[in-house]
Design a protein around this ligand. Structure first.
Ligand SMILES: *[C@@H]1O[C@H](CO)[C@@H](O)[C@H](O)[C@H]1NC(C)=O
Ligand SMILES: *[C@@H]1O[C@H](CO)[C@@H](O)[C@H](O)[C@H]1NC(C)=O
Ligand SMILES: *[C@@H]1O[C@H](CO)[C@@H](O)[C@H](O)[C@H]1NC(C)=O
Ligand SMILES: *[C@@H]1O[C@H](CO)[C@@H](O)[C@H](O)[C@H]1NC(C)=O
Ligand SMILES: *[C@@H]1O[C@H](CO)[C@@H](O)[C@H](O)[C@H]1NC(C)=O
Ligand SMILES: *[C@@H]1O[C@H](CO)[C@@H](O)[C@H](O)[C@H]1NC(C)=O
Length: 440
């Protein structure tokens, strides 16, 4: 009895294997050249075999007739992992087509070209498109050949497990939560093998900014050659010979399994590189969202906020906060990461008009500043503070163990944290204007 049963079982197993392999082969649905998608509400998209990822037009914001050509998690609302056209949404009625010579062509409703992949094809021709289960959209020249174009080689603000980045590869933050055009921050694997986080908006923000994070993997003979986000969710820099030179995630951090959790790393619009995870099994209405596993912040508070502002880093939320100091307010009230300006007259107290502004110093507890402009040794706290009150180029002053530091207006890098033991003093106009300069 046992023998025939085991025969039947192995026959059944073979049958199941055969069926499932033919199902997966079938569902590796190569999309032939000539196929297209339209930007319409509830329009169709090209799904990966597992149904985890979708490629197509994602409504830009609810209640708009704008769409982003994008890749997103098909089972999770509103998590876009890649976008075309430099992050610019396109109007309803636009379309994307797979073509032989240009690869993907994004056209407006009148049929004019908005974006295409032709310059990346190096003369290769395209026969098929394919949305893979790793979240990589691939163009190939025959059904089983190597990609001639893939979204993984043109990352936007997010990397996914199995994605690699070669020398000069970049990831750019968005401008804001809802604007996908390039923002202020960039992750780059430099020519010298160093992986760095930089602030890009140099003209407006930090003229001589150093990277606010560096992997320090540039030292010969062990320069970094590649950034790898491996299939188990670890991200590291490897040398030519494959040696791991730098692990982004410290050993003590538990990396959840990529079998049970979706994972991604995104350079947030506020400049923090964050590893996220989301359970694969969940019900739509139990409120699960993305959780943060780890963040690389580097010295984000040296560049994360505008001028005249105070930066804080919230360890629990793993996010950056920017606040104007007392008696200062945002220049652009809608940009809370922007610069602040004093609500009182500063700098104009040079007595030219015979008008002098009286100031007070208000304490900024648990706050320190980088890059002192004028430093004096061996002065008392009182001497230090009154020196600032009498100096029109002093906006903030600190005194730590005999060392007095003055910071000029448009000060940067105010860092506020309960672990900082220092108190800084902010010069604030006290509302009194006089025509006689009171000696300080
Ligand atoms: C799109 O689908 C949603 C959910 O199924 C539905 O509520 C909505 O009415 C649809 N909108 C259009 C324009 O078809
Ligand atoms: C593809 O884009 C390039 C560069 O933007 C443009 O010059 C070319 O005309 C486009 N191709 C088509 C078929 O529109
Ligand atoms: C995103 O910001 C850029 C730069 O300010 C702007 O030109 C563009 O119109 C914005 N995009 C959207 C969809 O608002
Ligand atoms: C991914 O990287 C981690 C850390 O280096 C390593 O322990 C793990 O074995 C790697 N996973 C695979 C599948 O190579
Ligand atoms: C402002 O400071 C001046 C000089 O110290 C002082 O005379 C005046 O009373 C102050 N005004 C207020 C409103 O505190
Ligand atoms: C500074 O802020 C305080 C508290 O908001 C306010 O009472 C005071 O008038 C402000 N001073 C100036 C000079 O704006």
């Amino acid at each position: 009895m046992a023998k025939p049963l085991s025969h039947i079982l192995s026959f059944l197993t073979a049958l199941i294997l055969l069926l499932s392999s033919s199902i997966s082969a079938q569902s590796r649905s190569n999309i032939p050249v000539g196929n297209s998608l339209s930007a319409i509400i509830n329009g169709s998209s090209w799904l990966s075999p597992s149904g985890d990822f979708a490629f197509g037009f994602h409504q830009y914001l609810k209640h708009t007739n704008l769409f982003l050509l994008a890749i997103w998690y098909a089972k999770i609302p509103d998590t876009i992992v890649w976008y075309a056209n430099e992050g610019n949404p396109v109007p309803q009625g636009s379309s994307v087509t797979i073509t032989t010579n240009e690869g993907l062509i994004l056209s407006d409703p009148q049929g004019s070209n908005l974006w295409n992949t032709s310059s990346d094809l190096n003369g290769n021709v395209v026969s098929y498109g394919f949305m893979s289960d790793t979240g990589n959209f691939i163009l190939t020249s025959s059904s089983h050949s190597k990609p001639v174009w893939q979204s993984f080689e043109h990352p936007t603000d997010t990397l996914l497990p199995t994605q690699l980045m070669n020398i000069e590869g970049t990831v750019d933050s968005r401008l804001s939560e809802t604007n996908f055009t390039k923002g202020r921050f960039q992750l780059r694997l430099q020519q010298d093998g160093n992986a760095v986080l930089n602030v890009m908006d140099r003209t407006i923000y930090w003229p001589d900014a150093q990277p606010y994070f560096a992997s320090d993997t540039w030292i010969p003979p062990n320069q970094g050659k590649q950034l790898i986000y491996n299939v188990s969710g670890h991200m590291y820099i490897v040398a030519e010979d494959g040696t791991i030179l730098y692990n982004f995630i410290p050993d003590k951090t538990i990396v959840v399994s990529t079998r049970d959790y979706y994972q991604r790393v995104t350079l947030n619009f506020y400049g923090v590189l964050t590893w996220y995870y989301h359970p694969k099994k969940f019900t739509q209405n139990n409120g699960v969202g993305w959780s943060k596993m780890y963040s690389t912040t580097g010295n984000i508070c040296s560049v994360g906020c505008g001028f005249n502002s105070l930066c804080s880093y919230d360890d629990v939320a793993q996010s950056v906060g920017c606040d104007c100091p007392p008696n200062y307010s945002l220049i652009d009230p809608t940009d809370k990461y922007g610069s602040c300006k004093p609500d009182f007259q500063l700098l104009e107290d040079d007595g030219k008009d015979g008008i002098f502004v009286e100031y007070n110093l208000v304490p900024l507890q648990n706050t320190k500043f980088d890059k002192c402009d004028k430093r004096f040794l061996g002065v008392t706290e009182e001497q230090c503070k009154s020196s600032c009150l009498g100096d029109r180029f002093c906006a903030v002053v600190t005194w730590v163990r005999d060392t007095c530091c003055k910071y000029k207006p448009l000060f940067s890098c105010g860092y506020h944290d309960s672990n900082v033991r220092e108190t800084a003093w902010l010069k604030v106009g006290n509302g009194t204007y006089s025509t006689v300069h009171s000696p300080s």
